[in-house]
Design a protein around this ligand. Structure first.
Ligand SMILES: Cc1cc2nc3c(=O)[nH]c(=O)nc-3n(C[C@H](O)[C@H](O)[C@H](O)COP(=O)(O)OP(=O)(O)OC[C@H]3O[C@@H](n4cnc5c(N)ncnc54)[C@H](O)[C@@H]3O)c2cc1C
Ligand code: SF4
Ligand code: SF4
Length: 438
C-alpha cells in the first residue's frame, strides 16, 4: 500500500474513533493521534446517554477496543501533532509522543504501581473532574484503551527530585519491569494523504461568574462532575451526595446556559445542555424515588428527533419541573445548602429556592490547544475557536485547507449521534482523496 493511502485522525473521542473505523474498514491505513493517555473522549466520562439512556461506556468500550485492535489502525496515544507540511494527497506530519515512563508493550494494566505509589490519592483525578483522587503513577480509568499506566512527570518525586524513598515503590511492584524512568519524548514522522480533525470539547469552568459561587459554594458542581458522581464506577460509587457533608441529596437544581448564549462570554448555544440536564433529572429519579429535580432554562432547545418527546417524558414520568429563569445569584445558607434567587419569567415573580445540589450546565468550548493545532495544519478557526468549514451547506466537513477535514464537536457543538454521522461524512471525504493517490 502506498504510504499516502493513509489518513491521520487527530482526536480519539467518539467522532475520531468512528472516522478511523470507517476508513480502516475500507482498507486504508489510519493513524489515530490522541493527546490523552487513553482514547474515548468525553463519552467515556458520561454515565448514560440521551436520547436512549443507554450506558455510555458499554456502547463506547467495544468501539475503543475494536479501534485499538484493528489491523489497519495505529493508535498513538499521549501524542500531539506538531508540524504539517505538503498538500492534499501527500502530507508529512510530525507527531510528538510524550513519555509515559511506562513501556506500553510490557504494561498489563495490573495497577500494582498505582496501589503502591508513595503519592497515592494525593492529586485531583482529571477523569473524575476533580471529584476523585489519583497518585503520581495511575491508570487513566478502568476501561482505558490502551490500558497502560502513566507516571505524572510534574508530580512524581523521583522525576522531579531524583529520589523516592529507598527505591521507587512503583518500579519494585511492577512484575513486568515496565516502568522506565529513562523514557524520553519521541518524534514520529507520518506520511498521509488526508487528515481529519476530531478534537472535540472542553467544558468552561465558571469561576469568574461569582454570582453562581462555583469553586466557593461546595454544593455547586458542573454537568461533567455530575456525570462522574452518578456513575457507579465514579468517585462516590454512584451516590448523589452533597459535597459539604456527604449526605444524600434529595433536591437538585440544574441551571442551563451558564456562560452559553451570553454576549460577554460564549454567545452560541452549546447544543446538548437542555437534553443532558433532562437526562440527569431522569437518572436522579431512577436512583432515588423521592428525588426532586428543577431545570432552570432560557428556552428548551429540543430540536432533534424524539427530543421533545424525551422532555415530555421527563416531566410526566420522572416529575422533572422546568422553570423559565436565568437565576441572578446563588447564595449558601447555614447548613451549606445552595439558595437560588431568580425571576420566574413566565409569571414575572421574584423567588428563591433552597436545594441540596446545583448542577451548572456550563458552556462547551473547543478543546484547549486548538489554536496551535490550527496553525500547524494551516486551517482557519471561526470566531469562537471551532474549525471553520469551507461551506456550511455544501461542504460541512471540509476545512479551509484542501485534504483536511473536520467532524464532531471540533466543528461546532453537537451530540453524539450527529458527531458520529459527521465522522462518517468526513471519513467518506477523506476516502475520496486517498483513493486517487497513486
Ligand atoms: C455533561 C455532558 C453530558 C453530555 N451528555 C450527552 C448525552 O447524553 N448524549 C449525547 O449525545 N451527547 C452528550 N454530550 C455531548 C457529547 O459529549 C459530545 O457530543 C461528544 O463527546 C463529541 O465527541 P467528539 O469525539 O467530537 O469530542 P470528544 O468526546 O471531546 O473527543 C475529542 C478527543 O480529542 C482529543 N483531543 C483534543 N485535542 C487534541 C489534540 N490537539 N491532539 C490530539 N487529541 C486531541 C481529546 O483528548 C478527546 O479524546 C454531553 C456533553 C457533556 C459536557
Ligand atoms: S517514583 Fe515514587 S512518586 Fe513516582 S510514581 Fe513511583 S512511587 Fe509514585
Ligand atoms: S506499569 Fe507495571 S505495575 Fe503498573 S500497571 Fe503496568 S504492569 Fe502493572
Amino acid at each position: 500500500m502506498s504510504e499516502n493511502k493513509s489518513a491521520l485522525i487527530i482526536g480519539g473521542g467518539v467522532a475520531g474513533i468512528q472516522a478511523s473505523l470507517d476508513l480502516a474498514e475500507q482498507d486504508f491505513k489510519v493513524y489515530l493521534v490522541e493527546k490523552n493517555s487513553s482514547i474515548g473522549g468525553r463519552m467515556a466520562q458520561l454515565d448514560k446517554t440521551f436520547p436512549t439512556n443507554d450506558c455510555s461506556i458499554c456502547i463506547l468500550a467495544p468501539k475503543m477496543l475494536e479501534c485499538f485492535g484493528h489491523e489497519n489502525i495505529t493508535v498513538l496515544s499521549y501524542s500531539e501533532v506538531s508540524e504539517v507540511s505538503g498538500e492534499k494527497g501527500d502530507f508529512t506530519v510530525k507527531v510528538r509522543k510524550k513519555p509515559r515512563y511506562v513501556d506500553e508493550e510490557k504494561c498489563t494494566g495490573c495497577s500494582a504501581c498505582e496501589d503502591v505509589c508513595l503519592l497515592k490519592d494525593r492529586f485531583p483525578d482529571e477523569f473524575d473532574m476533580g471529584l476523585g483522587k489519583r497518585g503520581a503513577a495511575y491508570l487513566p480509568f478502568a476501561q482505558a484503551v490502551p490500558r497502560v499506566a502513566v507516571i505524572d512527570e510534574e508530580r512524581c518525586i523521583f522525576i522531579t527530585k531524583g529520589k523516592c524513598g529507598e527505591a521507587p515503590a512503583c518500579k519494585e511492584a511492577c512484575e513486568r519491569n515496565a516502568i522506565d524512568f529513562e523514557q524520553k519524548e519521541e518524534e514520529v514522522e507520518l506520511h498521509v494523504g488526508a487528515i481529519i480533525v476530531a478534537t472535540g470539547l472542553d467544558a468552561y469552568e465558571p469561576y469568574e461568574m461569582e454570582e453562581y459561587g462555583y469553586g466557593r459554594i461546595e454544593n455547586v458542581i458542573t454537568g461533567l462532575q455530575y456525570e462522574r458522581m452518578i456513575n457507579a464506577g465514579g468517585p462516590t460509587g454512584g451516590h448523589l451526595i452533597r459535597l459539604s457533608d456527604e449526605k444524600q441529596a434529595k433536591k437538585l437544581a440544574f441551571i442551563l446556559c451558564v456562560g452559553s448564549r451570553d454576549l460577554k462570554r460564549y454567545p452560541y448555544c452549546s447544543s446538548v445542555c437542555c437534553m443532558y440536564s433532562t437526562k440527569s433529572g431522569m437518572l436522579a429519579r431512577e436512583h432515588e424515588e423521592d428525588m426532586e429535580s428543577f431545570v432552570f432554562y432560557t428556552d428548551l432547545r429540543a430540536f432533534g428527533r424524539g427530543f421533545q418527546e424525551y422532555i415530555e417524558r421527563g416531566m410526566e414520568e420522572y416529575g422533572i419541573n422546568y422553570i423559565r429563569a436565568r437565576p441572578g445569584k446563588i447564595t449558601e445558607n447555614g447548613d451549606k445548602s445552595p439558595v437560588i434567587w431568580y425571576e420566574d419569567t413566565l409569571i414575572g415573580e421574584l423567588k428563591r429556592m433552597e436545594v441540596d445540589l446545583v448542577i451548572l450546565a456550563t458552556a462547551l468550548v473547543p478543546s484547549k490547544g486548538v489554536e496551535e493545532l490550527a496553525k500547524a495544519l494551516g486551517v482557519e478557526l471561526d470566531e469562537y475557536g471551532f474549525f471553520k468549514v469551507k461551506d456550511p451547506l455544501y461542504a460541512p466537513v471540509d476545512t479551509t485547507r484542501e485534504g483536511v477535514f473536520v467532524c464532531g464537536f471540533a466543528q461546532s457543538p453537537k451530540d453524539i449521534t450527529d458527531s458520529v454521522a459527521e465522522a462518517s461524512g468526513a471519513a467518506g471525504r477523506a476516502g475520496e482523496v486517498i483513493s486517487f493517490v497513486s
